[in-house]
Design a binder for this molecule. Sequence first.
Ligand SMILES: [Zn+2]
Ligand SMILES: [Zn+2]
Length: 140
Amino acid sequence: MRGKFHCRGCGRALSGEVIVQSLKDPGVQTPDFIDQRPVCAEGSGFKSYEPLQRSHDPSNPAALEFVPQYWLNPADFEATGKVTSKRGRTNGCCGMDGCDGPNIECRECGTEIGTKQSDCWTPLIFVPDPDNTEFRKTAT
Ligand SMILES: [Zn+2]
Ligand SMILES: [Zn+2]
């Protein structure tokens, strides 16, 4: 499917057109997670039914434990998203590990639009927040 991610705060398109492949489709291979490498090319992405993170403690789920979730290239959100100023959300040793909740906000309205991982031990990935963003199909 093809579409654009929109901010629910202000309605603007956060990305250009992105081609999203569902990992429920048996013909689609789960991507490799390689440290510091984007999980997909710009303009493409995956819809996953497995979370990127899992907590060992069911009473304290990981920040990215929800499903379904989209796995995208952070470059597609560079122009419309900015790093949060909230302390504690941008932890990491040389980038952001994305383990503490959304760290990217809409430049237009400040809504928390998702989580970027960009550390040396994480893939380069952007996971939009399901409550604050909407994927609007542009074609089928
Ligand atoms: Zn917005
Ligand atoms: Zn690091």
